[in-house]
Each structure stands twice: as structure tokens, then as C-alpha cells.
Design a protein around this ligand. Structure first.
Ligand code: PLP
Length: 369
């Protein structure tokens, strides 16, 4: 955030900053979704929806799992939320009490730790590295689970590493968490943005996981603030009550707009974007490796590359700051995602077109020289 604020200041002073730090698609929301939103407003859909979401949207999300993954999910288990952020808060609220403990990966999505702390619980940070594709495996549960642990959280594809947890490893993780008597939260917010392996869901393996998702990333709807989660049926009532108290409901307008998200016309637009993201990743990956960044595991999803910059600097925070000042390229330093080897890592977000990535890489190469 500091870097982003500085980048904005530099832009206001007339410098052209290249943004490789932004964690949202550069593409706008697809037109069919926008049209559905405009129609909903014209039809005066301006009142609250039920706390768990519009019945039609919950059904559309359940249908989406059938079409995409061939699995049957009861729409009763689908809960529409204000972004994945709302889903994460709801899931943690029903699973975690004060004094409990939650296992999280380091590096990982930074807000999770703070949400856990807000509930008066604490986190055990599990350092993950290339050997496990920067993911939590069953062996980590054996090593890090303690008497207060109640849940573990993973994201696949992951932010910041873009790596995916294999189905076999995920099955092992689900079994290990269940054997420990806890719950697994799997954040699938980058589902759909997967380039070099098949797209999967933890729901194909178990009905007993809390699966988080969102319209933000693949569907290009960050500003609409809409997400969902699929939960074990026994938790639906409790989540309904917490949602009524915390949010009342997700945005009505966004929910009507999202009904168009699963239409063929929209999916075709989105799949063309996936091809663009893949092109960007395929451009960036070899160029960064040539520049002495080490990327030991192929980032096969999301729009991030988490690179080891230890051959260049031992202080990625200071380095990204001076890269911004000297060459006007913004990256995210590892410290944003945890502490484990954070000072020797940076995150590149390929949420800009290839020509901008090329210009950014020229500047970075010059800066390293
Ligand atoms: C892993 C992960 N989970 C959740 C979120 C929150 O997304 P939103 O609330 O926009 O759906 C993000 C946003 O960057 C993310 O990277």
C-alpha cells in the first residue's frame, strides 16, 4: 500500500509508472454482466436479498459446478457473500472462537491472519517452499497442528505464488485436517485462471470442506464486491445468522448482474482473457529467469509470479522501493505475504498487457545492471 501510494504520487508528478503490483484484472467487467446490472437497476431491484443470497444465483452457482466439474452441489450449501473477503470472514466466524488457533501458509494472502486475529484467535504460520509447490501438505498438519488448532487455510491457485495444490496432495490434506478434528478452508478465488494444468475444485474430493470463491478475479468483477462459498450443510444456519448480523446481504445489484456471469457469451469473453493471461505469463516467466530471478515451481494459475531475488538483493522491500524511485516500476515485496524468506522474494502481477510487461522488464534489467 505504501508503494502504491508512492506510485500514485509519482504519477501525479507526471512520471509513467509501470504497475506490476496490482492484484486485479486490468479487463473491465464483461459487457453481458454490466447489461444485466443496468437492467436490474431499471427494474428497480434495489431492495435487500435474503442473507444467503438470491435463490436464482445460488442455483446458477450450483449449476456451474455441475457443468464445469461434473459434481452435484445442493444450492442450499451455496452462500453468496460480499466478495471472497465476506466469505472468509463468515467461514472463520463460525469455525473459530477466541483462544483457538488456525494454520496458514507463509507466504499467503495477508488479510487471513488479520481476520483470525480479529476473532481473538491466533495463527500458526506454516512456512512453505518450492518442495511443496508453496502449498500446505498433510505433513505440515502433522508437524504444526496444536491442541488449540481448529482450522487450516489454503488457497489454490495461491496468492502470491500462483501455484496449484495437486488433487492427490489436497486429498491428503483434507484427510489430515479431518483426522486432527479440524476444518479445512480452501480459497479457490483464482479458479478459472489456470494455464498449465486442469482446473479443479476441492468439492470434487469432499463435501466437508469450506470452499471460498468470488466473482472478483476470473469474472472481472472486483468492484462489485461479490463472492460465494460452498459449506457443509450443517453450517448453513449458523452462517445465515452471522451474515444477517454482519452484512444483512451481499449487494443486490451485483447479484442480479452476476446471473449473467455463467452465460455462454460471458464465458467466451472470459476464456479469451484467460488466453491473454497465459500469454503474459509465458512472456514474463523466461524473461525473469534470464534476469537472475529464480522461479523454482511453475506458477500455473492466478496472475502472479513469486520470484526469488536473492541473487540480486537480500532486502526486497528496500529494492522494490528504489526500483520504483529510479525506474518507475512497481512490484510487491515479499514482506506483504509473510516473513518466511520474504526479504528475498518479490511478486510480479501480470495484470498489464505484454507491451507494458516488456517495457517493465527492460527497466528492471537496466536497474539490475
Ligand atoms: C487469495 C485471495 N483471497 C481472497 C481475496 C479477496 O477477494 P475479494 O474479496 O475481492 O473476492 C483475494 C484478493 O486479492 C485473494 O488474493
Amino acid at each position: 500500500m505504501d508503494l502504491l501510494a508512492r506510485a500514485r504520487e509519482m504519477e501525479a508528478a507526471g512520471r509513467s509508472v509501470l504497475h506490476l503490483e496490482v492484484g486485479e484484472p486490468d479487463f473491465p467487467t464483461p459487457q453481458p454482466i454490466i447489461d444485466a446490472g443496468i437492467l436490474a437497476l431499471r427494474q428497480l431491484k434495489t431492495h435487500y436479498t435474503p442473507a444467503l443470497g438470491l435463490a436464482e444465483l445460488r442455483q446458477s452457482i450450483a449449476d456451474h459446478y455441475r457443468h464445469k466439474f461434473g459434481i452435484e452441489i445442493s444450492p442450499k450449501r451455496v452462500i453468496v457473500t460480499p466478495g471472497a473477503s465476506g466469505a472468509l470472514q463468515l467461514a472463520l466466524s463460525v469455525l473459530v472462537d477466541s483462544g483457538d488457533n488456525v494454520l496458514l501458509t507463509d507466504p499467503g494472502y495477508p488479510c487471513n491472519r488479520n481476520m483470525v486475529k480479529l476473532l481473538g484467535a491466533d495463527c500458526t504460520v506454516v512456512p512453505v517452499s518450492a518442495e511443496t509447490h508453496f502449498q500446505m501438505y498433510a505433513a505440515h498438519i502433522d508437524q504444526y497442528w496444536n491442541e488449540n488448532s481448529v482450522a487450516a487455510m489454503v488457497a489454490s491457485p495461491s496468492n502470491p505464488t500462483g501455484t496449484v495444490i495437486g488433487q492427490q496432495e489436497l486429498r491428503g490434506l483434507i484427510e489430515a485436517v479431518s483426522a486432527a478434528g479440524g476444518h479445512l478452508i480452501v480459497d479457490e478465488i483464482y479458479q478459472g485462471l489456470v494455464y498449465s494444468e486442469s482446473d479443479t475444485t476441492a468439492l470434487s474430493l469432499s463435501d466437508d470442506v469450506f470452499v471460498i470463491n468470488s466473482f472478483s478475479k476470473y469474472f472481472g468483477m472486483t468492484g462489485w464486491r461479490l463472492g460465494w462459498m460452498v459449506v457443509p450443510e450443517a453450517y448453513v444456519d449458523a452462517i445465515d445468522r452471522v451474515a444477517q448480523n454482519l452484512f444483512l446481504a451481499a449487494s443486490t445489484l451485483a447479484q442480479y448482474a452476476a446471473l449473467a456471469a455463467f452465460e455462454q457469451e460471458t464465458i467466451e469473453i472470459l476464456q479469451r482473457r484467460v488466453a491473454k493471461f497465459r500469454e503474459r505469463r509465458d512472456y514474463l516467466l523466461p524473461v525473469l529467469r534470464e534476469m537472475a530471478f529464480e522461479i523454482p515451481v511453475e506458477p500455473s494459475g492466478a496472475f502472479y509470479i513469486y520470484a526469488d531475488c536473492s541473487a540480486i538483493t537480500q532486502d526486497s522491500f528496500a529494492w522494490t522501493r528504489s526500483l520504483l524511485e529510479d525506474e518507475a516500476v512497481a512490484l510487491t515485496p515479499g514482506i506483504d505475504f509473510g516473513e518466511h524468506r520474504a526479504s528475498t522474494h518479490v511478486r510480479f502481477a501480470y495484470t498489464r498487457p505484454v507491451d507494458e510487461l516488456e517495457r517493465a522488464c527492460c527497466r528492471i534489467a537496466r536497474y539490475i545492471k
